[in-house]
Write a protein that binds this ligand. Structure first.
Ligand SMILES: *[C@@H]1O[C@H](CO)[C@@H](O)[C@H](O)[C@H]1NC(C)=O
Ligand SMILES: *[C@@H]1O[C@H](CO)[C@@H](O)[C@H](O)[C@H]1NC(C)=O
Ligand SMILES: *[C@@H]1O[C@H](CO)[C@@H](O)[C@H](O)[C@H]1NC(C)=O
Ligand SMILES: *[C@@H]1O[C@H](CO)[C@@H](O)[C@H](O)[C@H]1NC(C)=O
Ligand SMILES: *[C@@H]1O[C@H](CO)[C@@H](O)[C@H](O)[C@H]1NC(C)=O
Ligand SMILES: *[C@@H]1O[C@H](CO)[C@@H](O)[C@H](O)[C@H]1NC(C)=O
Length: 357
């Protein structure tokens, strides 16, 4: 009995070593990759499928990096803000770190005040992706094969993310996920922080924002949705007409961190999500997506974070516009389901246009 156990243990130990060796083998080296067309330049890494920088001209033709981030991989590994990262398996919060599927309750790692945030302690933003293909003037495709029970999530999941140039002022993100053997929740998101004045230009409170969502999903004190929908009309959340981020932020507990229910017709087609303008640089960002929601985070928790090229990011140093399904959908049957079954494909599209005038 004892011997059998020992043999079994050393076998599983060996198997574990082999699997770890495979996961950290030479095919999994971390690198930086560029996409470039005209004056539009993106720098990406297969660590977390992160967007490291987005460089675009202002109205005078001066080039600036307009996304927050770090100078090296060690800082990305130590990051707690998800700068530029690809988030999954389930972006945003899952209340009480649990959900029920087919009468079984699953427990997840609690990495945020008793809740699960952005896929757990080691989500897709903290793993090394495989570079499937890369063409500098066109696209890069990253893949990741998430194993059964990774961060408590069911079944194997094959994830593919492609960043693609769509012109000299436009790029797209295509996120695809396929469960291999079991139904599993999927809600991916891209977590780039924007500062259209340049990543080292201070706060984003003077940026003008228009969000094409007339409702929000209100939250409790731990940012878990109550399950209700509320009209933004007349509230500090109302960005139906363009307005600066700073104009009413003081009426809130200091920041925006809320999911908007996007207006428009069908989740099958791209719909306009948001327009952001910054008047000094003249830059404008427009975003379209096929998702039902967008989390608007004004960067209000940033506090003296050391970033790229000597920049220090303070409160509201950059804003994130994360298209996705509604937060904590797993625990709200009235929200669109995030369960994907084997044979089905999760598809999330984003298109960014960056112009200046
Ligand atoms: C991409 O960013 C990394 C980290 O800052 C840097 O080492 C690398 O030179 C950059 N690549 C390009 C093409 O800018
Ligand atoms: C890691 O991050 C923490 C805060 O999140 C910071 O205090 C610390 O200096 C960082 N360490 C390194 C090596 O950057
Ligand atoms: C869940 O439990 C209910 C009540 O016992 C039962 O009717 C239903 O078939 C179960 N569903 C699944 C998927 O097992
Ligand atoms: C929905 O589609 C109809 C018909 O195509 C169109 O007239 C309407 O403007 C659309 N609504 C939104 C909010 O996009
Ligand atoms: C930015 O410029 C537009 C167009 O000139 C103007 O309507 C708007 O008020 C300006 N916004 C700010 C915050 O200065
Ligand atoms: C920012 O960090 C400093 C140093 O850790 C701390 O004293 C301060 O309270 C923080 N401010 C906020 C708003 O969290």
């Amino acid at each position: 009995m004892m011997l059998k156990l020992k043999v079994y243990l050393s076998f599983s130990f060996l198997l574990g070593v082999l699997l770890v060796a495979q996961a950290h083998g030479s095919a999994k080296e971390i690198g930086f990759y560029q996409l470039k067309r005209g004056n539009l330049k993106l720098n990406l890494t297969n660590y977390g499928a992160i967007v490291v920088s987005v460089i675009v001209p202002d109205k005078h033709g001066n080039l600036d990096d307009i996304t927050l981030g770090y100078d090296d991989i060690e800082q990305y590994k130590n990051d707690s803000w998800y700068f530029g990262a690809l988030i999954g398996r389930v972006a945003n919060r899952i209340g009480h770190s649990r959900f029920t599927l087919d009468n079984h309750t699953y427990k997840l790692p609690a990495n945020d005040h008793g809740n699960t945030l952005h896929g757990g302690f080691i989500g897709l933003s903290d793993v090394i992706w495989t570079v499937k293909s890369h063409k500098e003037d066109s696209y890069i495709t990253f893949t990741y094969d998430s194993h059964d029970n990774e961060q408590g999530f069911l079944g194997r999941l094959e994830v593919t993310v492609t960043y693609m140039l769509l012109g000299t002022d436009k790029y797209g993100v295509k996120m695809i996920a396929k469960p291999v053997d079991k139904a599993t929740p999927v809600n991916l998101a891209q977590h780039t922080y924007w500062n259209l004045g340049g990543q080292n230009s201070g706060d984003i409170l003077s940026h003008e924002v228009q969000i094409f969502g007339s409702k929000i999903t209100p939250v409790d004190k731990n940012l878990i949705p109550t399950g209700k929908f509320e009209s933004v009309k007349g509230t500090p959340y109302d960005f139906l007409e363009p307005r600066t981020v700073g104009s009413r932020v003081n009426e809130l507990p200091g920041l925006y961190d809320i999911n908007y229910v996007l207006d428009g017709n069908s989740s099958r087609h791209l719909r306009k999500v948001v327009t952001v303008r910054e008047n000094v640089s003249g830059r404008k960002l427009e975003l379209w997506s096929n998702q039902v929601g967008v989390q608007f985070y004004s960067g209000g928790m940033l506090n003296a974070t050391k970033g790229k090229d000597g920049a220090v990011y303070h409160k509201h140093g950059g804003m994130a516009l994360e298209t996705q399904g509604f937060p904590d959908s797993l625990n709200h049957p009235n929200f669109p389901s995030q369960i994907v079954h084997p044979g089905q494909t999760y598809k999330h599209y984003m298109v960014y246009r960056l112009t200046a005038c």
